[in-house]
Write a protein of this length. Structure first.
Length: 253
């Protein structure tokens, strides 16, 4: 038996990067998976490749965020689990971030997860059934680099929301946890490095040479932890925001 046998799961941002890796791992562990994303052509292909379903949704729009959960409930009669993996990492400092950039970060990295959780938890509570949510956050929510100011603001909000929602629904047996991931090798990170940091084709190996474990974090490694947190094997844990990085946060040389 898989860790998620029969679990009805929605992965927002499940069409690439960490989200796609989570969806793939969840299918492997027996879940009935729906992935959401903005690009139908990419989403349909990913879903077909891994044995999942696809629903088009831009979580920056609260109505689409809510509708993505409704589509899962309409298809399966319920939703048992949710992973919020959609994210925006466009750069901005305190001094050069525009209101428009700030609003985009809040819309994707905080408001979207708020409303997907709202809809998913409402279904779980309405049925009197247990459920599990994992929010993919970022170790940067603890401070981050100067050029991530609006990203940090939104992700720190998501960490706080994770704890608040977990506390509010602990007696409903809805477990809500988060993962503060560090630097991870994804398609989106490759695009970000090239667009914002003038990175060339060797940026991965250059970065690996500077990192303690000699490599970037891998999306499939993150996915295995997320699947564990979704599953009953993680026991009673709720309200935890877990550091997932090779740098010891708070450690100083």
């Amino acid at each position: 038996m898989g860790l998620l046998d029969g679990t009805v799961l929605l992965v927002s941002g499940g069409t690439q990067g960490v989200g796609a890796a989570v969806a793939r791992a969840a299918v492997r562990e027996g879940a009935q998976v729906t992935v959401s994303g903005r690009r139908a052509d990419v989403g349909e292909k990913v879903a077909a490749d891994i044995g999942a379903q696809f629903v088009a949704a831009d979580v920056a729009d609260p109505e689409q965020a809510l509708a993505s959960v409704a589509a899962v409930v309409d298809a399966h009669g319920r939703i048992d689990a949710l992973v919020n993996a959609a994210g925006l990492t466009d750069r901005g400092t305190l001094l050069d971030t525009t209101p428009e950039l700030f609003d985009r970060h809040v819309a994707v990295n905080l408001r979207g997860p708020f409303f997907t959780m709202q809809a998913a938890v409402a279904d779980m509570v309405g049925r009197g059934a247990p459920g599990s949510v994992v929010n993919v956050i970022s170790s940067s929510e603890l401070g981050g680099q100067p050029y991530l100011a609006p990203y940090v603001a939104a992700k720190a909000g998501l960490a706080g929301l994770t704890r608040n929602a977990a506390h509010a629904h602990r007696y409903d047996r809805v477990r809500i946890n988060g993962l503060d991931i560090g630097w991870t090798d994804t398609e989106g990170e490759d695009a970000t490095q090239r667009a914002f940091h003038d990175a060339g084709d060797t940026w991965r190996s250059d970065a690996a040479a500077r990192l303690p474990m000699g490599k970037l974090g891998q999306a499939d490694e993150v996915a295995d932890v997320v699947v564990f947190l979704l599953s009953p094997r993680s026991g009673v844990v709720t309200g935890s925001v877990i550091d997932w990085d090779q740098n010891v946060l708070g450690g100083l040389d």
